[in-house]
Design a protein around this ligand. Structure first.
Ligand code: LP5
Ligand code: MN
Length: 245
């Protein structure tokens, strides 16, 4: 099975070139493959009842993939964690749990958005916990659209404000958290996004060669990971292919 992984497109109306690039990418996918979207497909998501023309177009194009026998999977990001049960069927999307394991040629690949691993960013982890409270989410979704939009804008502004003062190292993943998770899921490969730092990190866990492959964000160009039928993995950034496994 051929698999493609993407994350952090942050699709929005102000950057139509990213949406165009994404739709072109969908067209270029080979038949019978799998597409894994590892969160932050949209800049933010404030309820399945509020969908813009852009979101509807994306849903339609994702849905069209099924005609070529391509299944698309989605893991929530920290921007679109409210994307829900109503939008998923419209885009023929299968929603996965926040941590998911793919078994490939007798080896486990653990996939996730990546924010869970940023445990040194304690302010964010506290905030995340609140945002993932079911009751708070339900309450939020009951609010009039206008208020939801206002709250989301406020959060986005505050977030960029806070991020200016956070050290780069704090906003990256914690290596212990990475190794703990990979050990728990008996995985030798991890794929995630969120940090916008595309790279492959090689290390040993209990003498076993392991690797963590980080997806890049799409404001830097088209970024994805491709895994072919033989298990070979390639990181593609702006047309430059780099074999990583
Ligand atoms: O997203 P990014 O890359 O800028 O930064 C993230 C972390 N920030 C976030 C916040 C999102 O950007 C906001 C998304 C809005 C979603 C829609 C609204 C849904 C509401 C649902 C309610 C149940 O995730 C940032 C990390 C960074 O990644 C790197 O990992 O550092 O974390 C923060 O900035 C969190 C702050 O440190 C602490 C919290 C400040 C929030 C203040 C909110 C005030 C809102 C008041 C509204 C009345
Ligand atoms: Mn993110």
């Amino acid at each position: 099975m051929q698999r493609f992984f993407i994350a952090d497109l942050h699709l929005n109306e102000n950057e139509p070139e990213i949406t165009a690039g994404f739709l072109h990418f969908l067209q270029s996918l080979p038949a019978h493959c799998e597409l894994y979207i590892l969160g932050d497909l949209f800049d933010y998501w404030i309820g399945d009842d509020i969908t813009s023309a852009l979101q509807q177009e994306v849903a339609k194009q994702l849905n069209e993939l099924s005609k070529r026998d391509i299944q698309n999977y989605f893991i929530h990001g920290n921007r679109d964690f409210l994307l829900g049960k109503h939008f998923a069927p419209v885009s023929a999307m299968k929603l996965l749990s926040e941590i998911f394991v793919i078994n490939n040629h007798q080896e486990n690949i653990v996939i996730l958005h990546g924010d869970l691993l940023c445990i040194d960013d304690q302010a964010y982890q506290k905030f995340r916990k609140k945002m993932h409270n079911r009751w708070l989410q339900r309450l939020f979704l009951l609010l009039p659209r206008y208020f939801r939009q206002k709250i989301a804008n406020k959060m986005r502004n505050k977030s960029s404000q806070y991020n200016q003062y956070k050290a780069e190292s704090i906003m990256d993943v914690n290596q212990n958290a990475v190794e703990e998770m990979m050990t728990k899921y008996q995985a030798s490969i991890m794929i995630h996004g969120h940090t916008h730092r595309p790279a492959t990190h090689y290390f040993d866990i209990a003498d076993k060669p392991s690797q963590r492959i980080v997806l890049g964000a799409w404001h830097d160009g088209i970024n994805y990971i491709k895994q072919d039928e033989s298990g070979k993995i390639t990181l593609v950034q702006n047309g430059n292919e780099k074999r990583v496994k």
